[in-house]
Ligand binder design. Structure first.
Ligand SMILES: Cc1cc2nc3c(=O)[nH]c(=O)nc-3n(C[C@H](O)[C@H](O)[C@H](O)COP(=O)(O)O)c2cc1C
Length: 322
């Protein structure tokens, strides 16, 4: 029913606008997410800095963290009317202590009525498509009924799209990092949700790191969201383009860097961006190749280099054979 989709997961301090620009050079079909941005930062902070992006990044979804329906709705209006985001996603999966105290993130899985109010308020005031990103549950025990009740309650508010990280969040006991590895993955729960709610768009997330796995998930659910594998090995997106979207491209790693050069030049000139805040996202570009170590070392020294950007970038890959 839904067109099968692949998404890049929101990752704080990683999927910033420079990373997304770079990823879009490799894949035209994936859907990008911003990092999570708290609602109060959007309302009271430097909006331009937080929300601006390059038009080349579309389709792009803004992920927000918050739980006040009025504030969330205000952010949705800003996202659509001022920045033209293609969608807004509410974070109901982040397990950090800070987030728990602020009443947003994974702790909201205990508050499906409040989450529903947030969705309703957005839908009342804006036409922006809205979605939820959640876990399969909270605590050490896995409980399918808990997940089902959550989805069933939230869908009543009009939410039609759910991104489900197929792990529980164990709040207060585990660090956010451990919460991405220790709670076991349970894809079956997500499959079951799709089966019981076939009219909803269900996207699975967590531990997906190869084409075979993407293809298998897509037989059952509507989309796959991938975080760490793409960050660590961005050229995996070329494989995704070819194998999932049937888009054979001639793009090479070096050509991607060549395409990135004008962006780096313009960012430095217009926004005084530092070179390494862009090039750091290319760290994994040569993963699995002979020159990978060399490129990483080169990037560690790049901020001390003088000369024009084109020479700096291309000198780093001159001895790498693709
Ligand atoms: C460094 C890092 C930052 C993350 N930040 C966010 C975030 O801002 N919002 C969110 O919903 N999930 C965040 N996540 C979780 C990812 O979106 C994703 O759910 C998780 O990494 C599992 O997917 P993966 O196994 O494909 O990486 C983050 C994960 C990492 C590794």
């Amino acid at each position: 029913m839904f067109k099968k989709k692949v998404y890049v997961a929101p990752m704080m301090q990683y999927t910033d606008k420079h990373d997304r620009y770079f990823l879009r050079l490799i894949s035209k079909n994936i859907i990008l997410f911003t990092e999570m941005i708290p609602t109060n930062a959007i309302i009271h902070g430097n909006r331009k800095k937080l929300l601006e992006y390059n038009s080349h990044e579309h389709p792009i979804v803004l992920q927000i963290g918050g739980s006040d329906p009025k504030e969330i709705s205000q952010c949705a209006i800003i996202a659509k009317n001022l920045f033209n985001y293609d969608g807004i996603n509410i974070n109901v999966g982040c397990p950090s202590k800070k987030v728990e105290n602020g009443m947003f993130g994974a702790s909201l899985m205990n508050k499906p009525i409040l989450v529903g109010k947030c969705i309703k308020e957005i839908k009342k005031n804006s036409k922006i498509p809205v979605s939820i990103k959640c876990r399969i549950g909270l605590g050490e025990k896995q409980n399918y009924l808990f997940l089902k009740k959550f989805i069933s309650c939230v869908e009543k508010s009009g939410c039609k799209q759910f991104f489900i990280h197929a792990r529980n969040a164990i709040l207060s006991k585990l660090s956010p990092k451990k919460n991405r590895t220790i709670p076991p993955l349970n894809y079956e729960f997500v499959y079951k949700i799709k089966k019981e709610f076939p009219h909803l768009e269900i996207i699975i997330n967590g531990g997906v790191d190869n084409i075979h796995s993407i293809k298998n998930h897509l037989k059952i659910v509507d989309g796959v969201m991938i975080g760490r594998k793409i960050y660590k090995s961005p050229f995996f997106l070329k494989e995704i383009e070819e194998e999932i979207f049937n888009n054979k491209t001639e793009i090479t790693r070096k050509k991607i860097l060549e395409k990135l050069i004008p962006y780096i030049e313009s960012e430095i000139k217009t926004n005084q961006t530092s070179i390494q805040s862009i090039t750091r996202h290319t760290f994994g570009l040569f993963t699995g190749m002979k020159g990978s170590k060399y490129w990483k070392k080169y990037l560690n020294r790049i901020k001390f280099m003088n000369g024009n950007i084109k020479d700096i970038i291309l000198n780093g890959v001159v001895n790498i054979n693709e």
